[in-house]
Ligand binder design. Structure first.
Ligand SMILES: Cc1cc2nc3c(=O)[nH]c(=O)nc-3n(C[C@H](O)[C@H](O)[C@H](O)COP(=O)(O)OP(=O)(O)OC[C@H]3O[C@@H](n4cnc5c(N)ncnc54)[C@H](O)[C@@H]3O)c2cc1C
Length: 554
């Protein structure tokens, strides 16, 4: 016998950050809310829980205290230079970008602070670009790390939802996987799907897919907040754009398996238009997790700018494809090399200062708000604990005292036979030779010196320029890097009220979308590329818009 259908004002599909924010906003507007998610309760918070908690803010007190002069105009210049909007369907994504920039320059920080969110005082400089002023990249540091990382961002929204649950206004249904959006007379009136059997796995681990029943929820408004496609390598490959070459035969997965993209197909089945599916944000500095949680689990190195970047053959990447400068430019370049991997070559001195690993669990000091540990690991001698663990146990790390031994070690790893050792040696020795003067033609070295004019980089992010082969800076380290899937930049086409649009651009009554499922707003507010730290913020902004608009509609 089918269970009796739940009936509610607002149905939210997915309890990631966007879903939590949307549910909280709808409940705050006095509406009854049901949240369904295909996973078990330990996964509440979705990807955001795993995230580093980096948030894009414009002209914040943290920036000003670090001597950074930022402005809405400068950020807009950077955003649009990075996005490269060029499609007719980019009209609403552009409008979302404008609205999001206003949010990031305005109430975003004060709203979060009022909810108890705090920021690490040193602002990070992600996606530095390296082109001209109107090209892609952040002209200034804008990556604000949340004190408590991802769990610190999730906490106030989870608390609000759980408070609503205790008060009887919000119902949370785990292991409920939506298979169909129910459409009656052109109106979305809820969703139907499978109840999945209990499958007690740790947070992030792939859970069972055995079906134990079915469900129906009828709702006045339905919000799709189901995330992107990064956990589904088949989907990533099928949507891989020609401008990024061919998809890698081997890559790592940077998100849990539940980021499966299936719900986007379900939304399309109900008439929603999914746009910009070929715009994705994958990293080129992925390393295999020595302690994997989800299938093919990769971790992203958030690299400081000093490592020498070699392709699989040992040829140095061209300017400005330096670590942390241009994610997709580097990806496109590497895909043209005919190999799936590349290499960082660096010194112990660089790894100590510059290697940060993305993810809440890789930063126990920031995630645990542990100041003594933070001082020891970020300012003390030696690599931070999680980085040390990779140096000791990571399959992609080679640590040796001499260049010959390092090159041998690189060649011995799978795929290492592609390495032309003499070419690699030539590149490293030539780079070091450029250290002889205070001025140089080597753009990376020049940019290192300029980066250290920013106090944050000098303090915790950019090692004092030195010869990689200086024995005093050793041992030498090589890291084999893989492509790592992460974010979908496209998604369900939405207007500024997060209403899902059909193929003609008309709102589908009863249907809303938020977070990564909506390309963080509009179906792709980032355009082709992102400035970083903009995804969590996109979930906050679009989730709130969807929750408020859905509440107004019922
Ligand atoms: C390691 C890591 C580090 C990151 N660091 C940062 C950072 O520093 N800054 C930043 O801005 N961003 C970062 N991100 C990206 C950011 O965390 C995500 O883009 C964002 O959290 C996505 O949230 P969401 O709510 O849209 O979707 P998700 O968190 O993916 O949640 C979607 C939910 O929907 C559920 N679902 C899907 N389909 C169905 C269905 N059919 N039925 C029922 N439920 C369904 C899923 O189970 C899931 O729980 C990081 C991500 C990761 C993984």
């Amino acid at each position: 016998m089918a269970p009796s259908p739940e009936s509610t004002d607002v149905l939210v599909i997915g309890w990631g950050l966007a879903g939590l924010v949307a549910a909280g906003a709808a409940a705050a507007a006095g509406k009854r809310v049901v949240i369904v998610d295909q996973e078990g309760r330990p996964d509440l918070g979705g990807q955001a829980w795993w995230s580093f908690g980096g948030l894009f803010l414009i002209d914040s007190p943290e920036q000003r205290r670090m001597g950074v002069r930022d402005s809405l105009d400068l950020a807009r210049q950077d955003w649009f230079g990075t996005a490269g909007f060029d499609r007719p369907e980019d009209d609403l994504p552009r409008q979302w970008a404008e609205a999001y920039l206003d949010f990031a320059a305005g109430e975003k920080r004060s709203w979060l602070r009022q909810l108890g969110v705090r920021f690490f005082p040193v602002v990070g400089w992600a996606e530095r670009g390296g082109y001209t002023a109107t090209g892609p990249g952040n002209s200034v540091p804008r990556f604000h790390i949340t004190w408590g990382t991802g769990p610190g961002v999730v906490a106030p929204f989870q608390e609000a939802v759980e408070h609503g649950e205790r008060a009887g206004r919000i119902t949370i249904l785990p292991r409920h996987r939506v298979a169909v959006l129910t459409v009656e007379d052109g109106v979305v009136v809820g969703a139907e799907g499978d109840v999945l059997a209990d499958s007690p796995v740790p947070r992030g681990a792939a859970s069972g897919r055995e079906v134990s029943g079915s469900f129906t929820v009828r709702a006045g408004a339905t919000i799709v907040a189901s995330g992107g496609i990064g956990g589904n390598q088949d989907l990533v490959r099928s949507q891989w754009p020609a401008r990024l070459g061919t998809p890698p035969a081997a890559m790592l997965t940077g998100v849990p398996a539940y980021v499966d993209g299936a719900m986007l197909g379900v939304a399309a089945g109900a008439g929603a238009r999914v746009i910009n599916g070929d715009r994705m944000w994958h990293y080129v500095e992925g390393i295999r997790n020595w302690s994997p949680v989800w299938p093919d689990h990769g971790i992203r190195i958030l690299p400081g700018p000093s490592s020498v970047w070699l392709d699989a053959t040992g040829t140095r990447l061209p300017s400005p494809l330096f670590p942390g400068f241009d994610t997709l430019g580097t990806l496109a370049h590497l895909r043209a090399t005919g190999h799936d991997h590349s290499w960082f070559v660096l010194s112990q001195r660089i790894v100590e200062k510059e290697f940060t690993l993305s993810g809440s669990e890789q930063n126990p000091d920031l995630t645990g708000k542990d100041i003594p540990l933070l001082v020891r690991s970020r300012l003390g001698r030696g690599a931070a604990g999680p980085v040390r663990a990779f140096l000791d146990r990571g399959a992609d790390f080679v640590v040796r005292d001499t260049l010959d031994a390092l090159l041998d070690g690189m060649a011995a790893l799978p795929g290492g036979d592609a390495l032309d050792r003499e070419r690699a040696r030539y590149e490293i020795v030539a780079r070091d030779r450029e250290m002889g003067n205070d001025f140089t033609k080597d753009a990376q070295i020049a940019l290192l010196r300029s980066a250290r004019a920013f106090r944050g980089d000098r303090l915790v992010r950019t090692a004092a320029p030195h010869r990689i082969l200086d024995p005093g800076a050793g041992p030498l380290i090589a890291v084999k890097l893989h492509v790592l899937t992460r974010k979908s930049l496209g998604g369900i086409h939405t207007d500024l009220d997060a209403r899902a649009l059909d193929a003609h651009g008309s709102p589908i009554p009863g249907l809303y979308a938020a977070g990564e499922a909506s390309g963080f707003g509009g179906g792709g507010m980032h355009g082709y590329r992102a400035l970083e730290g903009t995804f969590l913020g996109g979930c906050l902004f679009s989730g709130r818009a969807a929750g408020r608009a859905a509440a107004r509609s019922v």
